[in-house]
Design a protein around this ligand. Structure first.
Ligand code: MLT
Length: 409
């Protein structure tokens, strides 16, 4: 008789954004005349930039001709895209990252969920609290997190690093000796950032303790302030301890197109006489080769257009459009008496729920009274309780209407 992976059964309920989608569906069925504005999931709404659309069309034409047709993509990504990424995203910022340290994929969500496969079961993970749920859930599925306590909403073997108002939403160095540390900055969900000095302290800590940092930089395009690092490799020694995840979803509107990459430096790994050479780069390459057939040619060509002059100019405008929404949300809510943070270097605004409401109570209240959807902070972890996240990825019109409605209640 077959046996199931019992770790899946430990996961409570459904994935956060699936629960929210179900709640909206139920609400709409019960109130078909109400127009619900969605500022919940961080999904982009602007159409693809013209430079990207042109690249897609041209790549489709190539695929239609026997001379320029492409079958399987190289499993680590086309050289033309990896070279652009290395030059534009890293070398231009003084980071010594080479094209063959870049692994192109079809999404940072999958990469952030899959990367834990490189590590043995007995590693202890540390996450920021609140946290993007994928990091924890994927480790739960792998059996690395112990048992769930529904009272506290925590897993017994996970080290939670609270990110609160008191510490400026930046985790303090953990006294608990984690082996794998997940950091996401600019942060989802709080919109907080780490300065270069703060990040350097984490890099030094990881190198000193032989830990690895999984650094999710999916929102780096939204950084507006100086001294906020765009990549962890801006810090000294990061190539010995850090893997970086990047996405084309938020900077280029690829949520429905799917393209991302992961950087695994060749310097990352160790030699031990019992197991030999453990190069995380080689292990990830081996995994990619076995389990993945590469992001489509058409999509990688669209990705290359992100780095063209026209692409850069158009995407800068798109990011500015969303950041204007962030400003509208933050200013509007502050005027209405809410306490909010984020929205300066990230497309998320993190607000304190009023009158001591729980995050889910506020979710229901907002849906009922203003017909606006956000994301309950407690869905991201226990320290998110009493908070609520709004995304700047809506249209300007909807963002303004949502804030007007919220301000009225
Ligand atoms: C979010 O809303 O947190 C993000 O859209 C989720 C994601 O990027 O997968």
């Amino acid at each position: 008789m077959y046996k199931v992976n019992k770790n899946f059964l430990k996961l409570p309920g459904s994935y956060l954004f699936s629960t929210i989608a179900r709640k909206i569906r139920e609400y709409q069925e019960a109130h078909p005349d109400e127009e619900v504005i969605r500022l919940g999931i961080g999904d982009v709404t602007q159409p693809l930039a013209p430079a990207i659309v042109d690249a897609l069309h041209a790549a489709v034409d190539e695929m239609a001709s026997a001379e320029s047709f492409h079958g399987y993509a190289p499993d680590l990504g086309y050289e033309f895209l990896r070279e652009l990424i290395a030059r534009e995203d890293y070398q231009a910022r003084g980071c010594d990252i080479a094209p063959d340290e870049i692994f192109v994929s079809d999404g940072a969500k999958c990469d952030s969920a899959n990367i834990q496969e490189l590590f043995s079961q007995d590693n202890r993970i540390a996450v920021c609290d609140p946290v993007y749920p994928v990091y924890v859930d994927s480790n739960v599925m792998a059996g690395r997190t112990g048992n769930y306590d529904p009272e506290t909403g925590t897993w017994s073997d996970v080290i939670y690093m609270p990110c609160t108002e008191e510490n400026g939403f930046v985790p303090e160095l953990s006294p608990y000796d984690p082996d794998i540390i997940y950091l996401c900055f600019p942060n989802n969900p709080t919109g907080g950032v780490m300065t270069k000095d703060q990040l350097q302290r984490w890099v030094d800590y990881a190198n000193k303790n032989s830990a690895v940092i999984i650094y999710d930089a999916a929102y780096e395009a939204y950084i507006t302030e100086a001294d906020i690092p765009h990549s962890i490799y801006e810090c000294k020694g990061a190539q010995y301890c850090a893997i970086e995840l990047r996405s084309f979803s938020k900077n280029a509107g690829f949520t429905g197109v799917r393209l991302a990459y992961t950087v695994v430096p060749k310097a990352l790994g160790f030699y031990s006489s019992s197991i030999g050479n453990a190069s995380l780069h080689d292990m990830w390459a081996r995994r990619h080769g076995t389990k993945y057939n590469g992001a489509p040619y058409i999509i990688q060509k669209a990705g290359a257009a992100v780095y063209s002059d026209a692409g850069k100019a158009q995407l800068k405008e798109q990011v500015a459009y969303y950041m204007n929404n962030a400003r509208i949300i933050k200013e509007g809510l502050t005027d209405a008496g809410y306490k909010c943070t984020g929205g300066v270097n990230a497309p998320y605004i993190w607000l304190k729920t009023p009158d001591g409401m729980t995050s889910w109570e506020f979710f229901d209240y907002l849906l009922d009274t203003a017909h606006v959807v956000g994301t309950p902070g407690s869905g991201f972890g226990p320290a998110g309780e009493g908070y609520f996240r709004l995304t700047a990825f809506g249209s300007k019109e909807n963002t303004e209407r949502a804030i007007e409605r919220i301000s009225k209640i």
